[in-house]
Design a protein around this ligand. Structure first.
Ligand code: NDP
Length: 444
Protein backbone atom coordinates (compact mmCIF):
# COMPACT_ATOMS: atom_id res chain seq x y z
CA UNK A 1 0.00 0.00 0.00
CA UNK A 2 1.24 3.48 -0.84
CA UNK A 3 2.47 5.74 1.97
CA UNK A 4 -0.38 8.27 1.63
CA UNK A 5 -3.07 5.56 1.62
CA UNK A 6 -1.54 3.90 4.64
CA UNK A 7 -1.49 7.14 6.64
CA UNK A 8 -5.08 7.88 5.69
CA UNK A 9 -6.27 4.41 6.64
CA UNK A 10 -4.48 4.62 10.00
CA UNK A 11 -5.91 8.07 10.62
CA UNK A 12 -9.47 6.83 10.11
CA UNK A 13 -8.88 3.85 12.39
CA UNK A 14 -7.24 5.86 15.14
CA UNK A 15 -9.72 8.75 15.02
CA UNK A 16 -13.12 7.09 14.65
CA UNK A 17 -16.32 9.16 14.53
CA UNK A 18 -14.57 12.22 13.18
CA UNK A 19 -16.13 12.53 9.69
CA UNK A 20 -15.17 16.16 9.04
CA UNK A 21 -11.57 15.46 10.04
CA UNK A 22 -11.50 12.41 7.75
CA UNK A 23 -12.92 14.50 4.89
CA UNK A 24 -10.33 17.27 5.23
CA UNK A 25 -7.48 14.77 5.64
CA UNK A 26 -8.64 12.83 2.57
CA UNK A 27 -8.80 15.99 0.48
CA UNK A 28 -5.30 17.02 1.56
CA UNK A 29 -3.42 13.73 1.70
CA UNK A 30 -4.65 12.36 -1.63
CA UNK A 31 -3.13 15.38 -3.35
CA UNK A 32 0.27 14.97 -1.70
CA UNK A 33 1.27 11.73 -3.45
CA UNK A 34 3.39 13.50 -6.10
CA UNK A 35 5.38 15.21 -3.33
CA UNK A 36 6.01 12.16 -1.17
CA UNK A 37 7.05 10.20 -4.26
CA UNK A 38 9.62 12.87 -5.02
CA UNK A 39 10.80 12.96 -1.38
CA UNK A 40 11.20 9.43 -0.02
CA UNK A 41 12.92 10.92 3.03
CA UNK A 42 9.50 12.14 4.22
CA UNK A 43 8.26 8.59 4.75
CA UNK A 44 11.45 7.63 6.57
CA UNK A 45 10.89 10.59 8.88
CA UNK A 46 7.22 9.71 9.52
CA UNK A 47 6.40 13.17 8.27
CA UNK A 48 2.78 12.62 7.19
CA UNK A 49 1.92 10.72 10.38
CA UNK A 50 3.22 13.68 12.38
CA UNK A 51 1.53 16.20 10.09
CA UNK A 52 -1.96 14.75 10.74
CA UNK A 53 -1.50 14.36 14.52
CA UNK A 54 -2.05 17.59 16.48
CA UNK A 55 0.89 18.64 18.64
CA UNK A 56 -1.52 19.28 21.49
CA UNK A 57 -5.29 19.13 22.13
CA UNK A 58 -6.78 21.03 25.04
CA UNK A 59 -10.36 20.24 26.09
CA UNK A 60 -12.05 21.85 29.03
CA UNK A 61 -15.28 22.56 30.87
CA UNK A 62 -16.85 26.01 30.51
CA UNK A 63 -19.38 26.69 33.28
CA UNK A 64 -21.40 29.93 33.21
CA UNK A 65 -24.62 31.32 34.65
CA UNK A 66 -27.45 32.52 32.39
CA UNK A 67 -29.85 35.42 33.04
CA UNK A 68 -32.35 33.17 34.80
CA UNK A 69 -29.68 32.07 37.30
CA UNK A 70 -29.29 28.61 35.76
CA UNK A 71 -25.83 27.04 35.57
CA UNK A 72 -24.85 25.99 32.03
CA UNK A 73 -21.91 23.81 30.98
CA UNK A 74 -20.31 23.95 27.56
CA UNK A 75 -17.31 22.19 26.08
CA UNK A 76 -14.20 24.23 25.23
CA UNK A 77 -11.49 23.21 22.73
CA UNK A 78 -8.13 24.42 21.47
CA UNK A 79 -6.25 22.25 19.01
CA UNK A 80 -2.63 23.37 18.69
CA UNK A 81 -2.00 21.50 15.49
CA UNK A 82 1.35 22.50 14.04
CA UNK A 83 3.92 25.11 15.06
CA UNK A 84 6.63 24.28 12.50
CA UNK A 85 6.59 27.65 10.77
CA UNK A 86 5.34 29.93 13.57
CA UNK A 87 3.10 30.27 16.63
CA UNK A 88 -0.28 28.48 16.40
CA UNK A 89 -2.78 30.76 14.70
CA UNK A 90 -6.44 30.17 13.91
CA UNK A 91 -9.89 31.23 15.00
CA UNK A 92 -12.35 30.27 17.71
CA UNK A 93 -15.77 29.03 16.61
CA UNK A 94 -18.82 29.27 18.90
CA UNK A 95 -21.64 27.21 17.39
CA UNK A 96 -23.80 24.37 18.77
CA UNK A 97 -22.41 21.98 16.11
CA UNK A 98 -18.81 22.34 17.34
CA UNK A 99 -17.08 19.11 18.33
CA UNK A 100 -13.53 17.76 18.21
CA UNK A 101 -13.88 16.51 14.62
CA UNK A 102 -14.84 19.96 13.36
CA UNK A 103 -12.07 21.71 15.27
CA UNK A 104 -9.51 19.20 13.98
CA UNK A 105 -10.60 19.58 10.36
CA UNK A 106 -10.38 23.35 10.70
CA UNK A 107 -6.97 23.10 12.40
CA UNK A 108 -5.54 20.82 9.71
CA UNK A 109 -6.71 23.15 6.95
CA UNK A 110 -5.34 26.10 8.85
CA UNK A 111 -1.76 24.74 8.76
CA UNK A 112 -1.63 24.86 4.97
CA UNK A 113 -3.64 28.06 4.69
CA UNK A 114 -1.27 29.87 7.02
CA UNK A 115 1.70 28.54 5.10
CA UNK A 116 0.21 29.86 1.84
CA UNK A 117 0.04 33.40 3.22
CA UNK A 118 3.85 33.43 3.20
CA UNK A 119 3.80 34.71 6.80
CA UNK A 120 5.35 32.95 9.83
CA UNK A 121 2.25 31.42 11.43
CA UNK A 122 1.53 27.82 12.45
CA UNK A 123 -1.89 26.19 12.52
CA UNK A 124 -4.44 25.93 15.32
CA UNK A 125 -8.17 26.21 15.91
CA UNK A 126 -10.55 26.23 18.84
CA UNK A 127 -14.04 26.92 19.98
CA UNK A 128 -17.05 25.74 21.89
CA UNK A 129 -20.51 24.28 21.40
CA UNK A 130 -21.85 27.47 23.00
CA UNK A 131 -24.46 29.25 20.84
CA UNK A 132 -24.26 33.05 21.12
CA UNK A 133 -27.49 33.38 19.10
CA UNK A 134 -30.35 34.68 21.22
CA UNK A 135 -28.14 35.24 24.29
CA UNK A 136 -27.97 38.58 26.07
CA UNK A 137 -24.70 40.54 26.03
CA UNK A 138 -24.25 39.69 29.70
CA UNK A 139 -24.62 35.98 29.01
CA UNK A 140 -22.10 36.14 26.16
CA UNK A 141 -19.72 38.02 28.46
CA UNK A 142 -20.13 35.45 31.25
CA UNK A 143 -19.42 32.65 28.82
CA UNK A 144 -16.38 34.38 27.26
CA UNK A 145 -14.90 35.15 30.68
CA UNK A 146 -15.27 31.54 31.77
CA UNK A 147 -13.82 30.27 28.48
CA UNK A 148 -10.77 32.53 28.80
CA UNK A 149 -10.28 31.66 32.47
CA UNK A 150 -9.10 28.25 31.26
CA UNK A 151 -7.71 29.14 27.83
CA UNK A 152 -5.37 31.93 29.00
CA UNK A 153 -2.76 29.49 30.35
CA UNK A 154 -2.36 27.84 26.94
CA UNK A 155 -2.04 30.90 24.67
CA UNK A 156 0.30 33.86 24.27
CA UNK A 157 1.49 36.42 21.71
CA UNK A 158 4.44 34.16 20.75
CA UNK A 159 2.81 30.75 21.33
CA UNK A 160 -0.80 30.69 20.19
CA UNK A 161 -2.89 33.61 18.94
CA UNK A 162 -6.62 32.87 18.47
CA UNK A 163 -9.03 35.03 16.43
CA UNK A 164 -12.71 34.97 15.41
CA UNK A 165 -14.70 32.51 13.32
CA UNK A 166 -18.40 31.59 13.21
CA UNK A 167 -20.12 33.13 16.23
CA UNK A 168 -17.01 34.98 17.36
CA UNK A 169 -16.94 38.59 16.20
CA UNK A 170 -15.91 41.94 17.65
CA UNK A 171 -18.12 41.57 20.75
CA UNK A 172 -16.77 38.15 21.73
CA UNK A 173 -13.13 39.07 20.99
CA UNK A 174 -13.57 42.13 23.24
CA UNK A 175 -14.87 40.07 26.18
CA UNK A 176 -12.18 37.39 25.68
CA UNK A 177 -9.41 39.97 25.51
CA UNK A 178 -10.71 41.83 28.55
CA UNK A 179 -10.57 38.67 30.64
CA UNK A 180 -7.10 37.71 29.36
CA UNK A 181 -5.77 41.16 30.26
CA UNK A 182 -7.37 40.97 33.67
CA UNK A 183 -5.87 37.57 34.50
CA UNK A 184 -2.41 38.08 32.99
CA UNK A 185 -2.07 41.80 33.67
CA UNK A 186 -0.55 42.37 30.25
CA UNK A 187 -1.80 44.15 27.15
CA UNK A 188 -0.32 42.11 24.32
CA UNK A 189 -1.36 40.81 20.90
CA UNK A 190 -2.73 37.52 22.22
CA UNK A 191 -5.89 37.68 20.11
CA UNK A 192 -6.43 39.20 16.67
CA UNK A 193 -9.58 40.80 15.35
CA UNK A 194 -9.33 43.22 18.28
CA UNK A 195 -11.20 46.54 18.22
CA UNK A 196 -9.39 49.54 16.79
CA UNK A 197 -9.45 51.20 20.22
CA UNK A 198 -7.31 48.46 21.77
CA UNK A 199 -4.71 47.30 19.28
CA UNK A 200 -6.72 46.00 16.35
CA UNK A 201 -5.83 46.49 12.70
CA UNK A 202 -7.74 48.36 10.05
CA UNK A 203 -9.12 46.00 7.35
CA UNK A 204 -9.16 42.94 9.67
CA UNK A 205 -12.97 43.01 9.75
CA UNK A 206 -13.18 43.17 5.95
CA UNK A 207 -10.13 40.99 5.22
CA UNK A 208 -11.55 37.52 4.56
CA UNK A 209 -14.32 38.77 2.28
CA UNK A 210 -12.13 41.32 0.48
CA UNK A 211 -9.33 38.77 0.10
CA UNK A 212 -11.75 36.27 -1.38
CA UNK A 213 -12.79 38.74 -4.05
CA UNK A 214 -9.18 39.79 -4.73
CA UNK A 215 -8.19 36.22 -5.53
CA UNK A 216 -11.24 35.78 -7.77
CA UNK A 217 -10.34 39.02 -9.51
CA UNK A 218 -6.84 37.67 -10.18
CA UNK A 219 -8.20 34.37 -11.53
CA UNK A 220 -10.53 36.33 -13.82
CA UNK A 221 -7.70 38.60 -14.93
CA UNK A 222 -5.57 35.59 -15.86
CA UNK A 223 -8.39 34.61 -18.24
CA UNK A 224 -8.88 38.08 -19.70
CA UNK A 225 -12.05 38.74 -17.71
CA UNK A 226 -13.18 41.00 -14.85
CA UNK A 227 -15.86 41.13 -12.18
CA UNK A 228 -17.75 43.82 -14.02
CA UNK A 229 -21.39 42.78 -14.59
CA UNK A 230 -20.80 39.26 -13.30
CA UNK A 231 -23.75 37.71 -11.48
CA UNK A 232 -22.71 36.45 -8.05
CA UNK A 233 -24.33 34.29 -5.36
CA UNK A 234 -23.00 34.49 -1.81
CA UNK A 235 -24.12 32.10 0.91
CA UNK A 236 -24.14 33.27 4.50
CA UNK A 237 -24.66 36.83 5.71
CA UNK A 238 -22.01 36.97 8.42
CA UNK A 239 -18.61 38.59 8.49
CA UNK A 240 -17.10 36.88 5.43
CA UNK A 241 -20.25 37.09 3.29
CA UNK A 242 -20.93 40.77 3.98
CA UNK A 243 -17.44 41.96 3.05
CA UNK A 244 -17.21 39.66 0.04
CA UNK A 245 -20.44 41.29 -1.14
CA UNK A 246 -19.10 44.78 -0.45
CA UNK A 247 -15.91 44.24 -2.46
CA UNK A 248 -17.62 42.36 -5.30
CA UNK A 249 -20.16 45.16 -5.69
CA UNK A 250 -17.46 47.83 -5.61
CA UNK A 251 -15.77 46.05 -8.53
CA UNK A 252 -18.95 46.06 -10.60
CA UNK A 253 -20.41 42.63 -9.86
CA UNK A 254 -24.12 42.08 -9.18
CA UNK A 255 -24.74 40.00 -6.05
CA UNK A 256 -28.25 38.57 -6.38
CA UNK A 257 -28.66 36.26 -3.37
CA UNK A 258 -27.49 35.69 0.21
CA UNK A 259 -28.67 33.51 3.10
CA UNK A 260 -28.61 32.75 6.79
CA UNK A 261 -29.32 29.37 8.36
CA UNK A 262 -33.11 29.84 8.00
CA UNK A 263 -33.40 30.71 4.31
CA UNK A 264 -32.27 32.88 1.41
CA UNK A 265 -33.18 36.17 -0.22
CA UNK A 266 -33.10 36.64 -3.98
CA UNK A 267 -32.96 40.21 -5.21
CA UNK A 268 -32.81 40.44 -9.00
CA UNK A 269 -31.88 44.12 -8.76
CA UNK A 270 -28.78 43.33 -6.72
CA UNK A 271 -28.57 42.94 -2.94
CA UNK A 272 -28.83 46.20 -1.00
CA UNK A 273 -25.92 45.64 1.37
CA UNK A 274 -26.82 48.53 3.67
CA UNK A 275 -30.05 46.69 4.50
CA UNK A 276 -28.18 43.41 5.15
CA UNK A 277 -25.67 45.20 7.41
CA UNK A 278 -28.43 46.89 9.35
CA UNK A 279 -30.20 43.56 9.94
CA UNK A 280 -27.11 41.44 10.62
CA UNK A 281 -24.41 43.69 12.06
CA UNK A 282 -26.54 46.15 14.01
CA UNK A 283 -29.64 44.22 15.07
CA UNK A 284 -28.41 40.59 14.90
CA UNK A 285 -31.70 39.87 13.11
CA UNK A 286 -32.79 37.31 10.51
CA UNK A 287 -32.33 37.66 6.75
CA UNK A 288 -36.03 37.21 6.02
CA UNK A 289 -36.49 40.77 7.37
CA UNK A 290 -34.79 41.96 4.15
CA UNK A 291 -38.09 41.68 2.25
CA UNK A 292 -39.76 44.13 4.65
CA UNK A 293 -37.34 46.80 3.44
CA UNK A 294 -36.86 45.66 -0.17
CA UNK A 295 -40.28 44.74 -1.47
CA UNK A 296 -39.07 43.36 -4.81
CA UNK A 297 -36.90 40.71 -3.11
CA UNK A 298 -38.08 37.13 -2.60
CA UNK A 299 -37.43 35.13 0.58
CA UNK A 300 -37.38 31.33 0.48
CA UNK A 301 -37.28 29.16 3.59
CA UNK A 302 -34.34 26.69 3.61
CA UNK A 303 -30.84 27.22 2.23
CA UNK A 304 -30.23 24.68 -0.48
CA UNK A 305 -32.31 26.38 -3.18
CA UNK A 306 -29.82 29.23 -3.40
CA UNK A 307 -27.54 27.06 -5.56
CA UNK A 308 -30.24 26.69 -8.22
CA UNK A 309 -30.10 30.42 -9.01
CA UNK A 310 -28.18 31.04 -12.25
CA UNK A 311 -24.87 32.86 -11.69
CA UNK A 312 -21.37 33.32 -13.11
CA UNK A 313 -19.62 33.15 -9.75
CA UNK A 314 -20.57 31.32 -6.53
CA UNK A 315 -18.97 32.32 -3.23
CA UNK A 316 -19.97 29.92 -0.43
CA UNK A 317 -19.30 31.90 2.77
CA UNK A 318 -21.30 30.18 5.52
CA UNK A 319 -20.17 26.75 6.72
CA UNK A 320 -18.79 23.30 5.89
CA UNK A 321 -20.50 21.00 3.37
CA UNK A 322 -23.09 23.54 2.24
CA UNK A 323 -22.57 22.51 -1.42
CA UNK A 324 -23.10 18.81 -2.16
CA UNK A 325 -22.90 17.07 -5.55
CA UNK A 326 -26.52 17.96 -6.40
CA UNK A 327 -26.01 21.64 -5.65
CA UNK A 328 -22.73 21.62 -7.59
CA UNK A 329 -24.48 20.03 -10.58
CA UNK A 330 -27.26 22.64 -10.41
CA UNK A 331 -24.66 25.43 -10.40
CA UNK A 332 -22.86 23.90 -13.38
CA UNK A 333 -26.11 23.38 -15.29
CA UNK A 334 -26.94 27.06 -14.79
CA UNK A 335 -23.59 28.22 -16.10
CA UNK A 336 -21.36 28.88 -13.09
CA UNK A 337 -17.75 29.54 -14.20
CA UNK A 338 -15.98 30.31 -10.92
CA UNK A 339 -16.43 28.94 -7.40
CA UNK A 340 -14.30 30.37 -4.60
CA UNK A 341 -14.65 29.17 -1.03
CA UNK A 342 -15.00 31.90 1.59
CA UNK A 343 -16.11 29.37 4.19
CA UNK A 344 -13.96 26.43 5.28
CA UNK A 345 -14.69 23.19 3.39
CA UNK A 346 -18.10 24.37 2.08
CA UNK A 347 -17.90 21.92 -0.83
CA UNK A 348 -18.08 18.18 -0.27
CA UNK A 349 -15.45 16.00 -1.97
CA UNK A 350 -18.11 14.96 -4.50
CA UNK A 351 -19.04 18.59 -5.23
CA UNK A 352 -15.38 19.44 -5.90
CA UNK A 353 -15.25 16.57 -8.37
CA UNK A 354 -18.30 17.95 -10.20
CA UNK A 355 -16.67 21.39 -10.48
CA UNK A 356 -13.36 20.02 -11.67
CA UNK A 357 -14.93 17.63 -14.20
CA UNK A 358 -16.83 20.56 -15.67
CA UNK A 359 -13.86 22.91 -15.93
CA UNK A 360 -15.22 25.34 -13.34
CA UNK A 361 -12.38 27.45 -11.93
CA UNK A 362 -12.43 26.19 -8.34
CA UNK A 363 -10.48 28.09 -5.68
CA UNK A 364 -10.36 26.08 -2.43
CA UNK A 365 -10.78 27.65 0.99
CA UNK A 366 -7.21 27.39 2.18
CA UNK A 367 -6.18 29.71 -0.64
CA UNK A 368 -9.35 31.72 -1.19
CA UNK A 369 -10.14 32.68 2.41
CA UNK A 370 -6.55 33.11 3.61
CA UNK A 371 -6.93 36.90 3.59
CA UNK A 372 -8.42 36.85 7.09
CA UNK A 373 -5.56 35.09 8.78
CA UNK A 374 -3.03 36.98 6.66
CA UNK A 375 -4.42 40.25 7.97
CA UNK A 376 -4.39 38.79 11.48
CA UNK A 377 -0.66 38.25 10.99
CA UNK A 378 -0.40 41.89 9.87
CA UNK A 379 -2.22 42.82 13.10
CA UNK A 380 0.38 40.80 15.04
CA UNK A 381 3.20 42.65 13.25
CA UNK A 382 1.65 46.01 14.10
CA UNK A 383 1.15 44.98 17.75
CA UNK A 384 4.70 43.83 18.29
CA UNK A 385 6.14 46.83 16.42
CA UNK A 386 3.78 49.24 18.26
CA UNK A 387 2.69 50.55 14.85
CA UNK A 388 -0.61 51.42 13.24
CA UNK A 389 -0.91 51.20 9.48
CA UNK A 390 -3.50 53.08 7.43
CA UNK A 391 -6.46 51.34 5.78
CA UNK A 392 -4.82 51.77 2.37
CA UNK A 393 -1.53 50.26 3.56
CA UNK A 394 -3.15 47.15 5.03
CA UNK A 395 -5.52 46.75 2.09
CA UNK A 396 -2.61 46.96 -0.36
CA UNK A 397 -0.66 44.32 1.58
CA UNK A 398 -3.75 42.07 1.69
CA UNK A 399 -4.30 42.42 -2.04
CA UNK A 400 -0.66 41.58 -2.79
CA UNK A 401 -0.83 38.52 -0.52
CA UNK A 402 -3.93 37.25 -2.35
CA UNK A 403 -2.35 37.86 -5.77
CA UNK A 404 0.77 35.98 -4.63
CA UNK A 405 -1.32 33.09 -3.32
CA UNK A 406 -3.09 32.81 -6.66
CA UNK A 407 0.20 32.65 -8.58
CA UNK A 408 1.81 30.27 -6.08
CA UNK A 409 -1.00 27.74 -6.33
CA UNK A 410 -1.23 28.18 -10.09
CA UNK A 411 2.54 27.61 -10.47
CA UNK A 412 2.57 24.61 -8.11
CA UNK A 413 -0.30 22.98 -10.00
CA UNK A 414 1.53 23.49 -13.30
CA UNK A 415 4.87 22.29 -11.93
CA UNK A 416 3.38 19.00 -10.80
CA UNK A 417 1.42 18.47 -14.02
CA UNK A 418 -2.06 19.45 -12.80
CA UNK A 419 -2.60 22.79 -14.53
CA UNK A 420 -5.73 24.57 -13.34
CA UNK A 421 -6.26 22.18 -10.42
CA UNK A 422 -6.03 24.58 -7.50
CA UNK A 423 -6.83 21.94 -4.89
CA UNK A 424 -3.59 20.23 -5.88
CA UNK A 425 -1.77 23.55 -6.21
CA UNK A 426 -2.84 24.87 -2.80
CA UNK A 427 -2.10 21.66 -0.92
CA UNK A 428 1.29 21.18 -2.56
CA UNK A 429 2.44 24.81 -2.23
CA UNK A 430 1.26 24.98 1.39
CA UNK A 431 2.71 21.63 2.39
CA UNK A 432 6.21 22.07 0.93
CA UNK A 433 7.08 24.88 3.33
CA UNK A 434 5.66 23.10 6.38
CA UNK A 435 7.49 19.91 5.40
CA UNK A 436 10.80 21.76 5.02
CA UNK A 437 10.42 23.28 8.50
CA UNK A 438 9.40 19.98 10.08
CA UNK A 439 12.35 18.17 8.49
CA UNK A 440 14.72 20.86 9.78
CA UNK A 441 13.44 20.43 13.35
CA UNK A 442 14.17 16.70 13.56
CA UNK A 443 11.74 14.21 15.08
CA UNK A 444 9.60 16.47 17.29
P1 NDP B 1 -20.35 34.46 11.06
O1 NDP B 1 -20.75 33.85 12.32
O2 NDP B 1 -20.09 35.93 10.99
O3 NDP B 1 -21.42 34.13 9.91
C1 NDP B 1 -21.76 32.82 9.60
C2 NDP B 1 -22.86 32.85 8.55
O4 NDP B 1 -23.08 31.52 8.08
C3 NDP B 1 -24.19 33.31 9.13
O5 NDP B 1 -24.93 33.94 8.11
C4 NDP B 1 -24.83 32.00 9.55
O6 NDP B 1 -26.24 32.03 9.62
C5 NDP B 1 -24.39 31.08 8.43
N1 NDP B 1 -24.34 29.70 8.90
C6 NDP B 1 -23.61 29.18 9.91
N2 NDP B 1 -23.86 27.88 10.06
C7 NDP B 1 -24.76 27.56 9.11
C8 NDP B 1 -25.41 26.37 8.74
N3 NDP B 1 -25.16 25.22 9.38
N4 NDP B 1 -26.28 26.41 7.69
C9 NDP B 1 -26.53 27.55 7.04
N5 NDP B 1 -25.94 28.73 7.35
C10 NDP B 1 -25.07 28.72 8.36
O7 NDP B 1 -19.06 33.64 10.58
P2 NDP B 1 -17.93 34.06 9.55
O8 NDP B 1 -18.52 34.87 8.45
O9 NDP B 1 -16.79 34.58 10.31
O10 NDP B 1 -17.48 32.63 8.99
C11 NDP B 1 -18.12 32.02 7.86
C12 NDP B 1 -17.20 30.94 7.29
O11 NDP B 1 -15.96 31.53 6.90
C13 NDP B 1 -16.84 29.81 8.25
O12 NDP B 1 -16.71 28.62 7.51
C14 NDP B 1 -15.47 30.23 8.77
O13 NDP B 1 -14.71 29.13 9.21
C15 NDP B 1 -14.88 30.84 7.51
N6 NDP B 1 -13.78 31.77 7.73
C16 NDP B 1 -13.93 32.89 8.48
C17 NDP B 1 -12.88 33.77 8.64
C18 NDP B 1 -13.04 35.07 9.36
O14 NDP B 1 -12.12 35.89 9.29
N7 NDP B 1 -14.15 35.33 10.05
C19 NDP B 1 -11.55 33.49 8.08
C20 NDP B 1 -11.51 32.31 7.23
C21 NDP B 1 -12.59 31.50 7.10
P3 NDP B 1 -26.98 32.17 11.06
O15 NDP B 1 -26.69 33.56 11.50
O16 NDP B 1 -28.39 31.89 10.77
O17 NDP B 1 -26.34 31.13 11.94
Amino acid sequence: MKYVEKVLEDLKKRNPNEPEFHQAATEILTTLSPIVEKHPEYEAAGLLERFVEPERIIMFRVPWVDDSGKVNINKGYRVQFNSAIGPYKGGLRFHPSVNLSIIKFLGLEQILKNSLTGLPIGGGKGGSDFDPKGKSDREVMAFCQSFMTELYRHIGADTDVPAGDIGVGAREIGFLFGQYKRICAEHVGVLTGRGLAYGGSLVRKEATGYGLVYIVEEALKARGESLNNKKVIISGSGNVAIYACEKAQSLGAKVVAMYDSDGYVYDANGINLAVIKEIKEIRRGRIKEYTQKVKSAIYTEGCKGIWTIPCDIALPCATQNEIDADSASALVKNGVKYVAEGANMPSTLEAIEVFQNNKVVFLPAKAANAGGVATSALEMAQSSGRMFWSFEEVDEKLKNIMINIYHNIDDAAKEYGYEGNYVMGANIAGFLKVAAAMMAHGVV
